[in-house]
Design a protein around this ligand. Structure first.
Ligand SMILES: O=C(O)CCC(=O)C(=O)O
Ligand SMILES: [Fe+2]
Length: 487
């Protein structure tokens, strides 16, 4: 076998041959595109080294395709051109695959980046007292370059904490990559501090939001026993995360619900007080309300059970953030009710005035419309969040029951889950109560159901994920005083 050096020009021949060379032209074009697309973010050097590092493995394979100098010499120009085209085709394929893979991973990373940036600016906007500065997220490309491959791209966030117990700022760097978070002290900490940080990171749920991680880090890792300093009080009101939630919730209403409420207000025939004489009489409404009701997307999913989009997804996301903030504040937390073990009572979050306002502005007109008589005068409430979770602290299901309420509003806050449908089994006084009629799946966050408290319902077992719902039990002492509790 001859190894005369004649191959160089033969290998390049297809590039100059108009008949066979068109395939090969994609290789340099692909290479150029690859570098162009990837280079601005990942750095030219890193991309060159990645690309050529892989070519190192590809080139030794070329003899297998018959592209050796010896064979070129023996086979003649025509066959050699075909084989060279094949080789260049392989290179092209490799380049194109690299390009597609890179494009997909870049899009995913960009989504993560945007989400983190939104969360970081929300946190900064709220300026929690312990947060001195928060820098990032910024991308760190090519971090941990090992061997021929690139390390996993990460997004980094630097945080400085400062509080009464820590006059000097304490810095921690968070690394987000592929749904996981890692943390490191920017200055070396004590071995005990390292251990605390390590066990804290292990306890974090996959994909935990920044708004959850930062306060939890402060509470569990950095701040000693008195995390809020000497001024720690038992009230949560002074240290809320989203002040917007501590005003009227009307700006968070879904536009369709807002429209219906407006029409109800226009069609209303004045105030109506529930009493022994008037309960059960028709409440204020307007002619043709049912058509509008259906047109706006409201649905009667089972007799006396109404489903509709009530709040915006933004409300739900702020609320969930506030909830984790509260849960890490270390204040008293009671069980939401006698059946659900896990959750939060909203009164303990100092949200009672907002619930009362929401009840009067939103739930009251709806209840007058949909449950005339019993829903005419709502004058008490008990509001809480229920939490179902497969892993960690959460209920798994809920047995059929009636609520200690006249009217119940139940709003899905999120997050993602499977199973955990709400089942409805008829009204308490029905002959066939406790017969399953419907399993309701909340279509998404912000969707709610409104039903009578004596509508028997339960919750099926959660299969995966986590569901958190905000439940408002509205009571009518006027109705109860009229002795109509059980019907
Ligand atoms: O959303 C649910 O699972 C229902 C909760 C419930 O019925 C209740 O707490 O009374
Ligand atoms: Fe219930």
């Amino acid at each position: 076998m001859s190894w005369k050096v004649v191959g160089t020009w033969d290998i390049l021949a297809p590039l100059t041959s108009p008949q066979k060379g068109y395939v090969s032209c994609f290789a340099p074009v692909g290479l150029a595109a690859f570098l162009l697309v990837a280079a601005p973010d990942q750095g030219v050097t890193a991309n060159f080294s990645l690309y050529f590092a892989h070519l190192q493995f590809l080139f030794p394979l070329l003899p297998l395709l018959g592209v050796t100098n010896g064979q070129l010499h023996n086979d003649g120009a025509k066959t050699s051109q075909q084989r060279c085209s094949l080789a260049m085709g392989v290179l092209t394929l490799y380049t194109s695959c690299s390009l597609v893979a890179l494009g997909v991973s870049k899009t995913l990373q960009l989504d993560d980046f945007r989400r983190l940036r939104r969360e970081a600016s929300a946190l900064l906007g709220e300026r929690p007292s312990f947060l001195r500065s928060l820098e990032g997220p910024r991308r760190l490309w090519g971090h941990g370059m090992e061997g021929v491959g690139l390390g996993r791209p990460e997004i980094i966030v630097d945080i400085d904490f400062q509080g009464a117990t820590h006059p000097q700022p304490i810095s921690i760097r968070l690394y987000f990559s592929e749904g996981k978070i890692n943390a490191r002290w920017l200055l070396p900490s004590s071995p005990r501090g390292e251990d605390k940080l390590k066990s804290f990171m292990e306890s974090l749920l996959r994909g935990s939001p920044l708004s959850h991680v930062v306060p939890a880090l402060w509470e569990q890792v950095i701040s000693p026993e008195a995390p809020w300093g000497a001024t720690r009080s038992t009230s949560y009101r002074a240290r809320t995360l989203h002040r917007e939630l501590y005003g009227s919730w009307l700006s968070f209403l879904d536009p369709n619900l807002l429209l219906l409420l407006k029409r109800l207000q226009q069609g209303s025939t004045g105030t109506h007080t529930a009493c022994g004489r008037c309960v059960g009489k028709k409440g204020p409404s307007f002619p043709g309300w049912r058509q509008l009701f259906l047109k706006l997307g409201f649905e009667e999913i089972s007799r006396g059970v109404y489903a509709f989009q009530a709040m915006t997804p933004r409300f739900c996301s702020l609320f969930l953030q506030e909830l984790s903030w509260f849960e890490h504040a270390g204040l008293r937390r009671s069980r939401p009710n006698s059946m659900n073990k896990y959750g939060t009572v909203l009164d303990e979050m100092d949200l009672s005035p907002m619930i009362a306002h929401f009840q009067q502005q939103v739930l009251q007109p709806l209840s007058r419309l949909l449950f005339p008589g019993i829903g005419d005068e709502l004058d008490g409430h008990h509001a809480f969040v229920v939490r179902y979770r497969v892993e960690g602290a959460g209920d798994m299901d809920l047995a059929p029951h009636r609520d200690d309420s006249e009217v119940t509003f139940n709003l899905a806050l999120g997050r993602r889950w499977a199973g955990c449908e709400l089942t409805f089994c008829g009204l308490m006084q029905d002959q066939d109560v406790y017969h399953h009629r419907l399993s309701h799946k909340f279509p998404g966050e912000g969707w709610a159901v409104l039903h009578l408290g004596r509508q028997v319902h339960g919750t099926e077992k959660i299969r995966w994920g986590e569901r958190a719902n905000l439940v408002i039990w509205s009571r009518s002492w006027a109705w109860r005083a009229a002795g109509r509790i059980h019907v």
